[in-house]
Design a protein around this ligand. Structure first.
Ligand SMILES: *Cc1c(COP(=O)(O)O)cnc(C)c1O
Length: 384
């Protein structure tokens, strides 16, 4: 009997420890931000590296917004970001009335093309928001140099990249203003919905803590404070705090982050080996001294292949194998195209990527049988 079991695109890496931690939290009667959020923040800071402070939030989108607010981005400021990303990276720029400037990506790494970014710097440029695409770290030295040369705040969208490292540092520990992680259901670790911002700047951390809870500043009157109603409001802030229920799950997930990364890495290495002879561009594994988080495994179908990406997608659907496409570039989306792309802009790498890419199933608990099925369908389609 051939194996015809459906293969999901992703399954979260959870077991009874998350369930018990959530149950304990509910039974403790402290449900919103409290001791578990603080413990999760401390554990994340210890994980990311020395000198880092972590602010938990209810999504990476919230974290990106808080980070841009904290560095002072405002109306008319320009923020450079890759077009090959999720719309959240750009929408937070608009929350503040600032202007996203879309940049093409490097064909090998699929990370923001730094030469193209530099060519788009103007006297209104204030920040750059790189995305560590698929979990492959951007070149942090070159990014830091570019940001320093043009006086740009560097805010990393690390939604794919918790557990990635470059050299001896984890993503989150570099000299950027802030690094934002996502704990959405299919990210490298999950709290259902959630996110966190890592920063080495205590003033930025303080501003983000105030703005994540309505602009409420409890420090102002701390010396005199005797009860929770004694606080001040210093700005119209947001409602972005994480619950202790989510943090309880996050504490358990974080303990498994490196194991989960290693399991994804092993599957990625296996894909790279077993698909090497097919007419595909495979994702760059990055330098040996770096750790790729392998959040996703995006392949690209070569033009000379016997099937197109769409035909391959149809074959996956027929075989009940989950897949996704990361991403339709933002400059192709109606809102962004109409308002923030000019006729002389072009993004050939992201356009070509989108036409030919498909992300394969990849998750820590993936079995040999599941991976065998994915490889088999690919080989059948692409071997002619
Ligand atoms: C998932 C994702 C986000 C948003 O994360 P949320 O936690 O869902 O807000 C932002 N940027 C990128 C690149 C993402 O993949």
């Amino acid at each position: 009997m051939p194996n015809t079991e459906p293969v999901p695109f992703f399954i979260p890496f959870t077991d009874s420890t998350e369930a018990n931690a959530v149950l304990d939290t509910i039974q403790s009667h402290w449900l919103t931000s409290g001791p578990r959020c603080r413990k999760f923040e401390e554990a994340l800071a210890a994980y990311v590296g020395p000198g880092v402070e972590v602010v938990t939030v209810n999504s990476a989108t919230a974290g990106l917004h808080l980070a841009l607010d904290a560095v002072g981005i405002g109306p008319g400021d320009e923020v450079l970001l890759p077009t090959l990303t999720f719309t959240a990276t750009a929408e937070v720029v608009r929350y503040l009335g600032a202007v996203p400037v879309f940049v093409d990506v490097d064909p090998q790494t699929l990370n923001i093309d730094l030469a193209a970014a530099e060519a788009k710097v103007t006297n209104k440029s204030r920040a750059i928001m790189p995305v560590h695409f698929a979990g492959l770290p951007c070149n942090m030295n070159e990014l830091g140099d570019l940001a320093a040369r043009h006086n740009l705040h560097l805010i990393e969208d690390a939604a794919h990249a918790l557990s990635a490292s470059q050299g001896d540092k984890r993503i989150g520990a570099f000299e950027s203003a802030a690094t934002v992680f996502s704990f959405y259901a299919n990210k490298t670790i999950t709290t259902g919905e959630g996110g966190a911002v890592a920063t080495r700047d205590p003033d930025l951390a303080k501003r983000m803590r105030v703005m994540r809870t309505h602009g409420i500043d409890r420090d102002v009157s701390e010396r005199f404070r005797t009860s929770s109603w004694q606080y001040d409001v210093i700005a119209p802030g947001f409602k972005y705090n994480m619950t202790d229920i989510a943090a309880a799950m996050g504490i358990e997930q974080l303990k498994k982050a490196d194991t989960a990364r290693d399991l994804r890495h092993a599957r990625a290495v296996s894909y790279l080996e077993r698909l090497a002879d097919l007419p595909l561009y495979l994702p760059a594994p990055g330098p040996n001294e770096d750790a790729h988080a392998w959040h996703i495994f995006p392949i690209r179908v070569k033009r000379e292949a016997p099937v197109s990406r769409n035909e391959l997608a149809a074959a996956f659907s027929k075989a009940k194998i989950g897949f996704s496409v990361h991403y339709r570039p933002l400059h192709q989306m109606s809102y962004w195209a109409e308002k923030f792309v000019s006729p002389q802009d072009s993004f050939p790498v992201a356009d070509e990527h989108f036409d030919t890419t498909l992300s394969l199933p990849l998750f820590p608990g993936m079995t040999d049988a599941q991976q065998d099925r994915v490889v088999e369908v690919l080989r059948n389609c692409l071997k002619g």
